[in-house]
Write a protein that binds this ligand. Structure first.
Ligand code: C5P
Length: 416
């Protein structure tokens, strides 16, 4: 019998899509799973292809869709038994009444049913069908058979159906499915807490058309925001200008300048339990912003810059401060500089990484050195989504340790 629960979040998910109008929701599901760092291999039934083209899933998953047990080229690349072994979770969404019936019978008459039989991974099924088909005794008996064999059922939800009826049979929302799969690992570590995080670069205007900025893409901060949400936190994400989608369920506040970010962060942290400063905030901002476009009149142009507010240090200095976490991007002596910053800004924890050409900024992967007063943990190079989840697990652990006010407010040794 397969296992229902997941000991840790699966990295390799085989997503079976069967025929039903809810197949379009599976496209969104691929995005939600990948956003959390999973590799997704889509397997479609013949019926599924009547609703959504394999190309859609190929584009979203970044892998060729498998749909044929007898496809020699695909079998040569990764045979169906290998594919069944590759999967850490087999998720069927949507699962039609017909597919559920075939699974209950133990059929192996197409690639998807064969894979479900051949895998040792947990099998999760998200049914989607007309409410009468769902409540039909035959379907209910099939579902009971699957449940008795250890298959986990997700939903279905009640509500309006594509056929115009209202009742039980809608596929669970992709975000809810993804959250359930990934909740296991972080296990509600930040449940009930408000976490504010800043991310991305800031833009400091020089004149109406120019600004000073940096190479931050916001990817790390957005991944941390999504991981915090998965850990059960209510998340407010204060973001500089980036081209990233807001993680579902996260409240986003868009800003441009360091000054605007300072105000937005302070407005948000009044009831926050944790603050993570992951933004690459400008250290200096033009002393004044020209009202007209600056003309190229002389050979040299000197800019006068003044210090921008240090948002992180100002949050850490609040009388009722949240658990305060910083990031340190360093080009040399990473640990030494980060320790200094931890002490000088009176932080509870800091995550440091080496930056420079080809490192950290605007990349999909990263490595972090996490430091706190009296402790350290190295997180090796991995995808930003995976890294964010490990990082949030440490933040949650340290938050619990430091919860006692006398500990959280104790002065930190040393200064920089
Ligand atoms: O001192 P440094 O800029 O290296 O510190 C980096 C950390 O401080 C990051 O967490 C960044 O978000 C935060 N920071 C800030 N406001 C600034 C500069 C940096 O909050 N003006």
């Amino acid at each position: 019998m397969t296992e229902i629960g997941l000991p840790s979040a699966p990295r390799r998910i085989l997503l079976g899509v069967s025929g039903g109008i809810a197949a379009y929701k599976a496209a969104e599901l691929v995005r939600r799973l990948r956003e959390r760092g999973a590799e997704v291999q889509v397997v479609m039934t013949a019926g599924a292809k009547q609703f959504v083209t394999p190309l859609t899933f190929q584009a979203l998953s970044g892998r060729a869709v498998r749909d044929d047990l007898w496809d020699e080229a695909a079998e040569d690349a990764m045979g169906h038994i290998e594919l069944a072994r590759w999967a850490e979770l087999v998720l069927v969404a949507p699962a039609s009444a017909d597919l559920i019936a075939r699974l209950a019978m133990g059929r192996a008459d197409d690639l998807l049913t064969t894979l479900v039989l051949a895998t040792a991974a947990p099998v999760w099924v998200a049914p989607a069908m007309n409410r009468f088909m769902w409540s039909n005794e035959a379907t209910q008996a099939n579902v009971a058979t699957l449940a008795a064999r250890g298959v986990k059922l997700l939903g279905p939800d009640a509500g309006e159906q594509a056929c115009g009826e209202v009742g039980l049979g809608r596929m669970q929302e992709p975000e809810a499915i993804a959250a359930e799969i990934f909740a296991s690992e972080l296990n509600g570590a930040l449940h009930g807490l408000h976490l504010v995080i800043s991310a991305g670069p800031t833009r400091e205007p020089l004149d109406p058309v120019r600004f000073i900025s940096n190479r931050s893409s916001g990817k790390m901060g957005f991944a941390v925001a999504a991981a915090a949400r998965d850990a059960g936190a209510r998340v407010t994400l204060v973001s500089g200008p980036v081209s990233l989608a807001t993680p579902a369920g996260v409240t986003r506040v868009d800003v441009e300048t360091a000054e605007q970010m300072y105000r937005a962060v302070h407005a948000a942290v009044t009831d926050a339990d944790l603050y993570i400063g992951a933004a690459a905030v400008a250290d200096y901002t033009p002393a004044r912003c020209a009202t007209q476009k600056i003309k190229k009149s002389s050979e040299c142009l000197e800019l006068s810059l003044q210090r921008a507010p240090d948002i992180l240090a100002s949050v850490a200095a609040l009388e009722r401060r949240p658990f305060t976490v910083g990031f340190a991007a360093e080009t040399t002596d990473v640990e030494k500089h980060a320790r200094e910053k931890l002490a000088r800004k009176r932080l509870d924890l800091i995550a440091a990484n080496e930056v420079g050409a080809d490192r950290a900024f605007d990349r999909e992967d990263n490595a972090l050195l996490v430091l706190w007063p009296g402790g350290r943990r190295e997180l090796e190079l991995k995808s930003k989504a995976d890294l964010a989840r490990e990082f949030i697990a440490i933040v949650a652990e340290r938050y619990r340790e430091a919860r006692h006010p006398s500990v959280a407010l104790a002065p930190v040794a040393g200064s920089g």
